[in-house]
Design a protein around this ligand. Structure first.
Ligand SMILES: Cc1cc2nc3c(=O)[nH]c(=O)nc-3n(C[C@H](O)[C@H](O)[C@H](O)COP(=O)(O)OP(=O)(O)OC[C@H]3O[C@@H](n4cnc5c(N)ncnc54)[C@H](O)[C@@H]3O)c2cc1C
Ligand SMILES: NC(=O)c1ccc[n+]([C@@H]2O[C@H](COP(=O)([O-])OP(=O)(O)OC[C@H]3O[C@@H](n4cnc5c(N)ncnc54)[C@H](OP(=O)(O)O)[C@@H]3O)[C@@H](O)[C@H]2O)c1
Length: 385
């Protein structure tokens, strides 16, 4: 754990600026992943590789206008923040304090109670029955506050009443993609812009849109804090081999790991399993990995899922190299996984079990025991989201 995360915290964030942004996807208009360099000069912030940064975003002005319009408000109204007791212009409160993209049950219930159209009222009441929570989740997916207010335009609220029911705008977390030994007073991030269409409208993720598109560079306006890792960091011993599995933005901490190990002069083996859509367009940090490979500091195995008819994923490459993976585990390697929790991490976990079972020639109980020991010894570490 970090011992010196000075002064700045979630409650007292440092106001940082973006130094530069660079597209990591080459001539591709379907996916945007950016390398973002944040300047923390003067903060005294010290971070470790494996740490994340928490960032408080600001809502997009376009989203703000739509929300104000649906609220029949100008933004110049004064409201009181029920949480802090502080007064705000409605415009500022909605920009910086309120979650206007997710809707809670309490708000929906109030909308239903005030809905004079009996069909619409019944529709909402059905969704609010506790046993229908999956249907409610489906109904709300891809809808923002303004969608609900427009559809239920006869449910009338004052701005204060609405603000009292909105959830707070929470910070988003990003894996740090740099080592301070290599970059000093900077934090590097690997950010995928969330962008999708739903209910006939183009929508963007609040924080990724803020970071990738909205904030001007060189202006100190990003409130951030360090979220220390919970053991997901490089091994203390420089001789320990490491296997890093990081598809997509999951690769971010492994760029930091490599910078750290190189700065320390570590001599342990480093093996990266990276995955993305196409080799030509989405090979994030390709030149950096190739350079390290050329210097004999890293081995890279890359799986490109959309370069051929059938999907090739990181776990396919792990399986292909199963014997060597098991051998490295026997030599004391640490196995790291970062990225998508819903599918990738589960599939990689299954594959690791298979590798241990096949190459260790273990029965199911012995495989479970081996995996349990890997976890207990902190040699199977995951940072998945
Ligand atoms: C520990 C940790 C580390 C992370 N590291 C990174 C990192 O290094 N890089 C990175 O890019 N991200 C990372 N993330 C994810 C990041 O924190 C954010 O969740 C992500 O960037 C999206 O934030 P947003 O504000 O842009 O999106 P939000 O505004 O929060 O939008 C997300 C919501 O949009 C909705 N949505 C998404 N897709 C669709 C769709 N197709 N249709 C309808 N609705 C949809 C869903 O309701 C979803 O919950 C990390 C997360 C954690 C917890
Ligand atoms: N909620 C979800 O279901 C979901 C899914 C993925 C990512 N995410 C989020 O998206 C962000 C990262 O996105 P990203 O575009 O950088 O990376 P990504 O979506 O994880 O994609 C990176 C690579 O992983 C592949 N992949 C898809 N399913 C996989 C699986 N089961 N096992 C192994 N690899 C798999 C993708 O292939 P294909 O796309 O060609 O299949 C792609 O080649 C994170 O915030 C993550 O949590 C969410």
């Amino acid at each position: 754990m970090n011992e010196h995360i000075q002064g700045y915290s979630r409650l007292n964030p440092f106001i940082a600026k973006i130094k530069s942004r660079e597209d990591l996807c080459y001539s591709c208009n379907k996916k945007t992943t950016q390398h973002i360099v944040i300047d923390i000069h003067g903060s005294g912030i010290a971070y470790e590789v494996g740490d994340c940064v928490g960032i408080f975003p600001v809502n997009d002005p376009v989203l703000l206008s739509r929300t104000l319009e649906a609220m029949h408000a100008t933004g110049e109204e004064m409201i009181t923040d029920a949480r802090s007791g502080n007064s705000f212009l409605l415009r500022d409160f909605l920009s910086m304090k309120a979650n206007v993209t997710d809707i809670g049950r309490n708000l929906l219930k109030e909308v239903a109670d005030r809905e004079p159209d009996l069909r619409k009222k019944e529709e909402l009441e059905q969704l609010l029955i506790p046993q229908h929570s999956h249907k409610l989740k489906e109904y709300l997916f891809g809808k923002h506050l303004w969608d609900i207010l427009l559809y239920h335009s006869e449910s009338v609220f004052t701005p204060q009443e609405l603000c009292d029911m909105l959830m707070p705008l929470l910070p988003r977390f990003y894996s740090i993609a740099s080592s301070q030994k290599a970059v000093g007073d900077e934090i590097h991030l690997t950010v995928k812009l969330l962008s999708y269409e739903s209910h006939g409208h183009e929508r963007k993720g609040v924080c990724t849109h803020y970071l990738c598109n909205l904030i001007p560079t060189e202006e100190p306006i990003i409130p951030l804090f360090i979220q220390p890792h919970n053991g997901f960091t490089v091994p203390k011993s420089g001789d320990t081999p490491i296997i890093m599995v990081g598809p997509g933005t999951g690769v971010a901490p492994f760029r930091a790991f490599m910078q750290e190990r190189i700065a320390r002069g570590d001599e342990g083996k480093n093996w990266l399993f990276f995955g993305e859509w196409n080799r030509d367009h989405h090979f994030l940090y390709r030149d950096y990995w190739f350079d390290l490979e050329k210097k004999g500091l890293l081995r890279v195995s890359a799986a490109f899922s959309r370069d051929q008819e059938h999907k090739i994923y990181v776990q396919d490459l792990l399986k292909e190299h199963g014997r060597e993976i098991f051998q490295l585990l026997e030599e004391g390697a640490v196995f790291y996984v970062c990225g998508d929790a819903k599918k990738m991490a589960k599939d990689v976990d299954k594959t690791l079990h298979e590798i241990v079972s096949v190459w260790g020639n273990f029965l199911p109980e012995a495989t479970k025991e081996y995996m349990k020991n890997l976890r207990k010894d902190k040699r199977y570490l995951r940072d998945v989201y």
